[in-house]
Unconditional design. Structure first.
Ligand SMILES: [Zn+2]
Length: 360
């Protein structure tokens, strides 16, 4: 499953004469980091957002960090300027609320004014509720739900996640801007290229606190304290949250199989990106989650922009678990040793390319 990796630019995020380092997990240092790396572009975008917006289609494999990048954009530009719409979440939420008669009436009223399609509103709702196994939820219906969500938001920049989801939906996305009457604001495709090995490791090592549900990752985002299970010979994380009393974090069902459980979806996501990359007349931003190690000497990125890997060790004398950090090296889809970038560094690349795409 090779991705069209060569077309994705390696964007230099290293700035000459910037001597200091930044802790990208610290919100305050993150703000300083963005200022130091793309302060000029941020100022231009802020000016642009005063009177304009855009709609961006986020394309990337499942677990490629789409939600995280949007959150960071909202952190930089303000939640009053940036909105994230996950089509999957929206459909699930609608499925839930449409079962209350009052909510259903409101949604039906909106659909009657805005929905056009091959099956009736009642049939589409049956399909949504799973009452009609034969009818698939039509794209026209999903788009009307998205339009309703956009209508409810104040005029904001929209990062749309989960549409287009299938190859035949790409066509719809070309005209979606007109469909939702998004003034004449630009629309942009943002494609994220992430090595399969990164998604696999992220999934396998993902854990969650059974008490407070805080998500962590055993190898890339541990807690302060870890433990060792003598029976299984495995290390585990203890929740940092004081009220959880060091609860042992656990894997989610299905995650331990890694990408195998979602391989079909990942292949479709890959085809989607390829199809979108062949489109003309619409700006495209190509983001890399990983850069080849060979491109680092001389420096396109700084060391603190690279995702670290954490190694656990059981101290024989004290029986305590210590955690050591080292750069995480992964194989990209073409087999090259690569560094996986931390989300803020990918966002620096996004901001640079956005300023260009919008011709600011
Ligand atoms: Zn907890």
């Amino acid at each position: 499953m090779k991705g069209p990796l060569n077309e994705f630019p390696i964007v230099k995020t290293k700035v000459p004469n910037l001597d200091r380092t930044f802790d990208l997990n610290d919100p305050k240092e993150r703000t300083e980091y963005f200022e130091a790396k793309v302060g000029l572009e941020i100022a231009k975008l802020r000016e642009f957002f005063k009177n304009n917006t855009f709609i961006a289609y986020l394309l990337g494999k499942k677990n490629s960090g789409k939600g995280t990048y949007t959150k960071l954009m909202a952190e930089i530009f303000g939640a009053d300027k940036i909105a994230h719409i996950s089509v999957g979440d929206l459909v699930r939420e609608t499925h839930k609320i449409i079962q209350e008669p009052a909510e259903r009436a409101k949604i039906v009223e909106y659909l009657e004014e805005n929905y056009r399609g091959y099956i009736s509103i009642d049939e589409a709702i049956d399909a949504l509720l799973g009452k009609n196994q034969k009818a698939l939820l039509p794209t026209e219906f999903i788009l009307t739900l998205v339009k309703r969500e956009i209508d409810r938001l104040e005029k904001k920049v929209i990062f749309l996640d989960g549409f287009p989801r299938d190859l035949d939906q790409v066509q719809y996305s070309l005209y979606f801007r007109n469909l939702i009457d998004y003034r004449s604001d630009p629309d942009i495709f943002i494609a994220i290229n992430i090595p399969l090995s990164v998604i696999d490791e992220r999934m396998r090592n993902r854990v969650v606190c059974p008490v407070c549900q805080t998500p962590r990752n055993l190898t890339t985002m541990p807690t302060k304290e870890a433990g060792y299970d003598e029976k299984t010979g495995q290390f585990f994380l203890k929740c940092d949250n004081p009220s959880c009393n060091g609860a042992r974090m656990v894997s989610k069902e299905g995650d331990t199989a890694g990408v195998e459980s979602i391989r079909e979806r990942l292949e479709l996501d890959d085809q989607l990106i390829k199809k979108v990359m062949s489109l003309h007349g619409i700006p495209k931003i190509l983001l890399r989650n990983a850069v080849p190690v060979a491109s680092i000497p001389g420096g396109v990125v700084d060391a603190y922009e690279v995702t670290p890997k954490y190694i656990f060790n059981l101290e024989k004398n004290t029986n305590k678990v210590t955690i050591k950090e080292e750069p995480w090296i992964v194989k990209d889809d073409e087999g090259q040793d690569s560094y996986s970038l931390l989300a803020p560094s990918v966002v620096v690349s996004l901001i640079k390319q956005l300023a260009q795409a919008l011709q600011l």
